[in-house]
Design a binder for this molecule. Structure first.
Ligand code: ZN
Length: 250
């Protein structure tokens, strides 16, 4: 899922033309076969995107992929994100989610990234220029697998989260691995692709991912949200029934 998104991010330029193209495609593919919860659109189909294991289904209008749609559903049905006044930190903001979160009047919203022009501020996740306990909510999806010192990044995220707050910290997990695989001596893109599945990943997390989050101080709840959805609803919105949501609290 992360691989799809990151490739989507890399190859799709943004700006007015990007927005207009989405609007035009939303009109062109309007219909009633599929539904995107992110933009509330109904379409004849989602668009094929990527290939092989990277294959995903893109919303014609807002460019959401399955994991964005699952996240948006989760936020709306299981959290206070759309209703309460909250200070929100969004790390490595995804196009479709960032646009919608910024538009929510109840949120005091900040997005950060090391170098993405989409983010409101440039910042290193391992050295956040942010006060302790200053956010009610943190969203950070498919970022930690890129960071050599991910434990330090996790500690920083824990530091800036308020007690009582919650964070959604998603990474790609290989369910076949009990132990995370990483090797700091593997640095060239080709070898990283071979060993870690993507040219800019520095590890493959196993099911011990949650141990690292707990070491950083978080209480971790592995939420099987997709499994609670009606199968027909999953198909209609094309969300994956297998993705675990890592809800971390302080
Ligand atoms: Zn959409």
């Amino acid at each position: 899922m992360g691989l799809i998104y990151e490739i989507a991010d890399a190859v799709l330029p943004e700006g007015a033309a990007f927005d207009l193209r989405g609007r035009w495609r939303g009109f062109r593919y309007r219909g009633d076969a599929v539904h995107c919860p992110c933009c509330s659109g109904d379409f004849v189909k989602f668009l094929p995107f990527g290939a092989g294991v990277l294959r995903g289904r893109l919303c014609p209008r807002c460019y959401s992929l399955p994991r964005h749609r699952l996240a948006w559903l989760y936020f709306g049905r299981r959290t206070n994100l759309f209703t309460d006044p909250l200070d929100v930190l969004h790390v490595a903001p995804e196009y479709t989610l960032a646009n919608r979160l910024r538009a929510l009047a109840n949120l005091n919203y900040l997005s950060i990234d090391l170098n993405s022009p989409r983010a409101m501020r440039a910042m290193d996740l391992t050295a956040l220029e942010l006060d302790d306990a200053s956010f009610d909510v943190i969203l950070c999806s498919h970022v930690l697998e890129h960071i050599p010192d991910d434990r330090r990044a996790m500690r920083e995220l824990h530091r800036v989260l308020r007690p009582g707050g919650w964070a959604i910290l998603q990474v790609p997990i290989d369910p076949e691995r009990a132990v995370t695989y990483e090797d700091a001596s593997i640095t060239d893109p080709e070898s990283r692709l071979e060993h870690f599945g993507q040219e800019d990943h520095v590890r493959v997390y196993g099911s011990d991912y949650t141990d690292r989050l707990r070491e950083a101080g978080f209480t971790v709840d592995e939420v099987d949200f997709a499994a609670t959805l009606d199968p027909a609803e999953c198909r209609r919105m094309d969300v994956r029934a297998t993705e675990t949501i890592f809800r971390c609290t302080k």
